[in-house]
Design a protein around this ligand. Structure first.
Ligand code: NAD
Ligand code: ZN
Ligand code: ZN
Length: 393
């Protein structure tokens, strides 16, 4: 089959690789009909090279048609249409019993000290081949895949794999009080959907980004926006919009943005040539730059407010303004989304033909899998109006 493979920093290729097969009785193989590129893939593309292996298959946002199932997989059968959560959970360990699926003890990656295995996320998360491919082997398929109805286009359901549950959790973790205001930093796919979900739940939403197409998209979904590219002091500007006090909650939907400062560039160059174990702590030397959105969130949120960090941060020793956080009495929540936990909340919304979250207005590009390298490039550089890119295997 064809798959998108990693070969080096900003070097991904579509190649012929062996077809996956059912190996365990709990496996399924799914023929993918849509698979997406995520901001999390950009971390692998740009910064996390030390953890990658040449030829690793990327991708974790797929849906398709079940091709084959192992003997213990009974809730789905060949021919079913399914969307596949990006984290791999067993559904029956103590963590899964608490619905902490991103911490599943059956699949967690003990030798890296990490949580549940993820598709397409290198040896950091279990070396499970990813989903930017024609077929996907799905471990723990007795629990993971979510059946969706035949009929509506893939765009209606594919975001259940990651973008929607991640954004739903980001809003839940933000703990916005009734009648409250939330600021969303970063209007990529995660920020867009976090903003729309917060609006859907009745909150006032202020979105921040510096990319014009992303600001325009948020605006057409009723979000008040602030253009960071022309605003000197973003926290101050948001305070002015919120009675001088700051919003009740802030969602950081940015995470590490490596490109930018000379310090960040130097750190990347150094880490790119070192083995993972040595490189990881060093990556935090890019901390000042990479924490930009988080530091702005800390400055922006009102005293006693909550910050929900949905963006991924990869450093191990980034400086945190602890006194500022302590003095303001900030609550900080974060983490990988527990995808399946939120499906019951989201399924009615994506199944509603009136499309209350506007899922049909998120993808700006649908490319054949063969053009995935071009997709990575324009998504990273935010060119050609790219917000969300879907691939057709
Ligand atoms: P993206 O890269 O498309 O979006 C990031 C956006 O942030 C861009 O539009 C960029 O212009 C903007 N930005 C950068 N610095 C900013 C700043 N200082 N202020 C305001 N905006 C700024 O990525 P995405 O797909 O939307 O993902 C966003 C983050 O969420 C990534 O870090 C990704 O890894 C993470 N993520 C987390 C989970 C989870 O389970 N927690 C799941 C999916 C994605
Ligand atoms: Zn993703
Ligand atoms: Zn489990």
């Amino acid at each position: 089959m064809k798959a998108l493979t990693w070969h080096g920093k900003r070097d991904v290729r579509v190649e012929e690789v062996p077809d996956p097969a059912v190996k365990e009785p709990t496996d399924a193989v799914v023929k993918l009909t849509t698979t997406a590129i995520c901001g999390s893939d950009l971390h692998l593309y740009e910064l996390l090279g030390p953890f990658m292996g040449e030829g690793d298959i990327l991708g974790h946002e797929p849906m398709g048609i079940v091709e084959e199932v192992g003997a213990e997989v009974t809730h789905i059968k060949p021919g079913d249409r399914v969307v596949i959560p990006f984290n791999i959970a067993c559904g029956h360990c103590p963590m899964c019993d608490m619905k902490l699926f991103a911490q599943c003890e059956t699949t967690q990656v003990r030798d890296q000290g990490m949580g549940a295995a993820l598709f397409g996320y290198t040896r950091l998360y279990g070396e499970v081949p990813g989903a930017q491919a024609e077929y996907l082997r799905v471990p723990q398929a007795q629990f993971g895949p979510v059946k969706v109805p035949q009929g509506p286009p893939d765009e209606r359901f594919v975001y259940l794999s990651d973008v929607l549950p991640t954004s739903w959790q980001a809003v839940r973790y933000a703990d916005v009080p009734d009648g409250g205001t939330v600021a969303v930093f970063g209007l990529g796919p995660i920020g867009q959907m976090s903003a729309r979900i917060a609006k859907h739940l009745g909150h006032r939403v202020i979105g921040v980004d510096g990319v014009q197409e992303r600001l325009a998209m948020a605006r057409r979904h009723g979000v008040e926006v602030l253009d960071a590219s022309v605003t000197d002091d973003v926290p101050e500007a948001i305070r002015e919009l919120t009675g001088g006090r700051g919003p009740d909650s802030v969602i950081d939907a940015v995470g590490m943005e490596a490109h930018g400062s000379p310090v960040a560039k130097l750190a990347q160059t150094v880490t790119g040539i070192l083995p993972g174990a040595i490189a990881a702590p060093l990556m935090s030397t890019a901390g000042v730059d990479r924490l930009a959105a988080l530091n702005q969130s800390i400055e922006t949120v009102r005293r006693g407010g909550t910050i929900s960090v949905v963006g991924v941060y990869g450093g191990m020793a980034d400086p945190m303004p602890m006194l500022r956080m302590f003095d303001k009495g900030i609550t900080l929540r974060m983490g990988q989304a527990h995808v399946k936990r939120w499906i019951d909340d989201l399924m009615p919304l994506v199944s509603d033909d009136s499309d209350p979250l506007g899922v049909m207005d998120l993808a700006t590009h649908r490319l054949p899998l063969e053009q995935a390298p071009h997709g990575y490039e324009i998504f990273q550089k935010k060119q050609d109006g790219a917000v969300k890119i879907l691939l057709t295997p």
